[in-house]
Structure formats: structure tokens, C-alpha cells
Design a protein around this ligand. Structure first.
Ligand code: C5P
Length: 237
């Protein structure tokens, strides 16, 4: 499996810039994607994103944009201009905001625009967590509803738990990208994730890109842990 075909996206969640850059370099041969999220971005900003884009392979800028359409459009253009090959917005921002994100991605990109994907329901939220927010939905119903909306607004895919991947695939078709966090190999701790599945199960259920953070980045040997995840996926074939 080469980085161009690897479905593994490693979340570089940390604050120490040296640690983030050396982790990127360590994982460059096994990960298809490296994810820069809120923790790293709020510490080191666009400069870090440009650096990780240079190291490669592809960068998923996970800032989960959520604001009025005009602001999201301009922020989306900035994400594209940084060279990220994928970024995300919250589906709960509504259809005008989702369309604005797609427009901004096209406006800001020098070459092909980055993929724009929508966060559906955070994998740390279960039905009780949704009820607390005043949303009387089962997670899967809401995820599928938001995934259809994202597809209809021209987004490339969604971030969702692998538990909902099959339902999203049925609703949104074969070309819709399904990016799944909440992945835990059998040997890893669950941390604060609730709706978790193993890497092999995630692929089985239709996930295209698997986001894995702590089980790899906090392992004693991150490269070996990444290889272990890829082996677990390959073992299903
Ligand atoms: O360390 P762990 O594997 O739990 O990291 C999962 C990553 O995926 C984190 O960076 C987290 O922000 C992100 N994420 C998530 N659930 C979502 C969207 C993103 O866990 N719905």
C-alpha cells in the first residue's frame, strides 16, 4: 500500500510543533493523509499547515468551520490557498453555509480544489448527548439526513462514525466520500470515543478514509502502530 492508496489518515493532535513535524515525517510512508486539527492549528496556525503540506502526503485540515455563509466562504478559500487537499465544515451550519464552503474552496485553490466534507454527528456524542442538546434523534437518522443535505449542496463527503457508513452509502451513493474517526484497533484504549469500531470493520462497513489518532501517535512505536492498522485492514481481504 503506497501513501497515494493508503486509506489511513493520522490525526496529528498535539501542541508541540517539533513533535507534530517529526510525527509527520515518521508516518509519511504509511499514512495516505495527515490531519491537522484544532489543537495544532490554534498553537501554530497556517504556517504549520504549509509545513505539513510540504512534508506530505495529503493534508486534511480539520477545523470544522461553522459560521455565517460569507465568513465560511472566505475561510474555506483560505484553507484551499494553504494547500490542504481536504477540509471540513459542520453540516449543522445549514445548506447556504455548505454551498458557500464549496464556492470558497474553488475560489481559493490554485489547482484542483480541495475536497470539502461535512462533519455530521461527533463520534463522542451518543443519543443521550444529542438529547442534552435538544435534538430528539437517533444518531444514525441525523447523520443520514445531514449526509444527504451535504451531498445535495455539492460537498464531496462526510465525516461520520463507521457505524453509520453503510446507511450513508445507501443514501448517498458509491462516489460519496466517507471519512470515519472513532477507530480503535482491538489492542488500543478507547480514550474518550464512544461509537467506536475496529479498522477492518470500518472498511467492511464502507469507510473510504479512516482517521486514527492516539492509538498511533501515542504508541511507543508510531510507525509500527500505523503498519499494524494497515495490516489489520489488509487482513480482511
Ligand atoms: O485520537 P483519536 O483517534 O480519538 O482521534 C480522532 C480524531 O478525529 C481527533 O482529531 C478528533 O478531533 C477527530 N474527530 C472525531 N470525531 C468526529 C470528527 C473528528 O473524533 N466526528
Amino acid at each position: 500500500m503506497t501513501p497515494a492508496t493508503s486509506p489511513l489518515c493520522v490525526a496529528l493532535d498535539g501542541t508541540d510543533r517539533h513533535w507534530i513535524e517529526s510525527m509527520a515525517a515518521t508516518l509519511v510512508h504509511s499514512a495516505g493523509w495527515l490531519k491537522v486539527g484544532l489543537e495544532a492549528f490554534t498553537a501554530h496556525g497556517p504556517d504549520l499547515v504549509r509545513r505539513v503540506v510540504e512534508v506530505g502526503p495529503r493534508v486534511f485540515l480539520d477545523l470544522k468551520l461553522h459560521d455565517i455563509p460569507n465568513t465560511v466562504r472566505r475561510a474555506a478559500a483560505n484553507c484551499a490557498a494553504l494547500g490542504a487537499q481536504m477540509f471540513n465544515v459542520h453540516a449543522s451550519g445549514g445548506s447556504a453555509m455548505l454551498r458557500a464552503a464549496v464556492e470558497g474552496a474553488r475560489e481559493g485553490a490554485e489547482g484542483p480544489p480541495p475536497k470539502v466534507i461535512a462533519v455530521t454527528v461527533l463520534t463522542s456524542l451518543d443519543a443521550d448527548g444529542l438529547a442534552e442538546l435538544g435534538m430528539d434523534w437517533q444518531p444514525e437518522e441525523l447523520v443520514v439526513h445531514w449526509a444527504r443535505m451535504a451531498r445535495d449542496c455539492g460537498l464531496d463527503g462526510v465525516v461520520a462514525s463507521a457505524r453509520e457508513a453503510a446507511a450513508i452509502r445507501r443514501a448517498c451513493g458509491p462516489d460519496f466520500l466517507i471519512v470515519t474517526p472513532g477507530i480503535r484497533p482491538a489492542w488500543a484504549a478507547t480514550d474518550d470515543q464512544r461509537r467506536i469500531v475496529t479498522p477492518a470493520e470500518a472498511v467492511e462497513r464502507g469507510a473510504d478514509i479512516l482517521v486514527v489518532g492516539r492509538p498511533i501517535t501515542r504508541a511507543d512505536d508510531p510507525a509500527a502502530a500505523a503498519a499494524g492498522v494497515l495490516e489489520e485492514i489488509a487482513g480482511r481481504n
